[in-house]
Design a protein around this ligand. Structure first.
Ligand code: PMP
Length: 383
């Protein structure tokens, strides 16, 4: 106990907030880069002009044009869509609507996106983790064994940071196992890169399914802060009870509606193709680098790779203004770095640096003669 005024403010805070380690977003981590490959953003800024000028008025809570266009894009009815301040807000709204502090738990399966845990902790909700299997698929038996008091299960597919899709049969088994017990939130933040894998058609079968989406990735609008929850109307109505009165500002709604026009969606699809091409190129090039042990296949706008000396690799790139995302602290991801697919030129800069870094057992030479180093082709990866 201290008598200083700021110490007493800290003592007034909720104990779970005092103990909270906030999410280490790419922006908070900083860095002095000119090649930003650490936040799964699109590397180039799309251009928009504002059309709405009514800034004296409060915006609509759920802007009609945005809801209608996203519903059409996702293939659902308008009453199955909620728009919010990014998918991060959807993660939080689900906790607010479904979880009681001191009583309920949320369950998720590391290695995965960090905000499920941070949001639960912020609200004083127990975080129950069930690690994935070695191939980063769900351990359904362990999930079944740990469902007591769980009100909400988050599954990310494609998974961040590993890049793999979760098996559809496992997702269905999870939904069947949790029926009547818990909400299952399937985080499809990266689904626009592999739309065929969406579970959106399952909404008709599962009232406890919520799907999270965003304009931050394939729509190249991370700075806009606009995301969606897709679910059946009773679930959406519960979320509408706990959402802020004006979750989207007028400029956000204006730009989101433009991004979801037919033209906007065509541009997004072109971008997705280009990212897939650059990703294939980068994957191939990484596999040729001596310091790379393994590159994992990805259905998203990033690649994860395991390096022989990842902290040296991370620092060497960092010192040259190329910022990646370190995954060393995630369970099972020792030696792994995540690389967002930037422009082809940005990816080339990564490769230019990595090519000359030594591999395991090599001291200074970039010559790749080490026979013990394992490089697997994508088809042999534990995905
Ligand atoms: N889910 C996952 C898996 C993500 O990677 C992200 C972005 N980092 C989000 C949700 C949050 O997206 P948004 O920018 O829409 O809040």
């Amino acid at each position: 106990m201290s008598n200083s005024p700021s110490a007493s403010v800290i003592e007034l805070a909720r104990s779970n907030v005092r103990e909270l380690t906030p999410y280490q977003s790419a922006r908070r981590l900083g860095g002095n880069g000119d090649v930003w490959l650490n936040a799964n953003e699109y590397p180039l800024a799309p251009e928009f002009q504002l059309t709405a000028q009514t800034f004296n008025r409060y915006p609509e809570c759920q802007p009609k044009a945005v809801i209608e266009r996203y519903a059409a894009y996702a293939g659902v009815a308008t009453d199955q869509v909620l728009v919010s301040r990014g998918a991060d807000e959807s993660i939080e709204l689900l906790i607010r609507a479904f979880c009681e502090p001191g009583k309920d738990a949320v369950l998720y399966c590391p290695p995965t996106y960090g905000m499920y845990g941070v949001s639960a902790e912020t609200f004083g909700i127990e975080r129950r983790t069930v690690g994935t299997k070695e191939n980063w698929q769900l351990d359904l038996q362990a999930i079944a064994d740990n469902l007591a008091n769980v009100k909400l299960v988050y599954v990310c597919s494609p998974n961040n940071p590993t890049g793999n899709l979760i098996d559809a049969a496992d997702l269905r088994a999870l939904l069947e196992m949790t029926q009547g017990k818990a909400i299952v939130a399937i985080d499809e933040a990266y689904i626009d890169f592999c739309p065929q894998a969406s579970v959106v058609a399952w909404l008709q079968d599962f009232p406890h399914l919520a799907i999270l989406r965003t304009l931050s990735k394939a729509f190249a609008l991370a700075g806009l802060r606009c995301g969606f929850t897709l679910a059946n109307p009773p679930l959406i109505e519960l979320l509408l009870k706990v959402i802020a009165p004006y979750p989207l500002s007028t400029p956000v709604a204006d730009i989101a509606a433009q991004a979801l026009s037919d033209e906007g969606i065509t541009v997004m699809r072109t971008r997705v193709k280009e990212i897939a091409e650059t990703r294939a190129w980068l994957q191939e090039a990484l596999q040729q680098c001596p310091c790379v042990e393994q590159v994992f296949g990805s259905d998203s706008n990033y690649l994860m790779a395991r390096f022989t000396a990842s902290s040296i690799v991370f620092k060497t790139l960092w010192d040259q203004g190329i910022i990646l995302r370190d995954q060393n602290k995630q369970s099972g991801l020792a030696g792994c770095l995540r690389i967002t697919i930037g422009t082809r030129q940005e990816c080339q800069r990564v490769i230019d640096v990595l090519q000359v870094l030594p591999g395991a057992g090599e001291s200074s030479s970039a010559d790749d003669a080490n026979p013990t180093r394992v490089k697997l082709s994508p088809s042999k990866e534990p995905m």
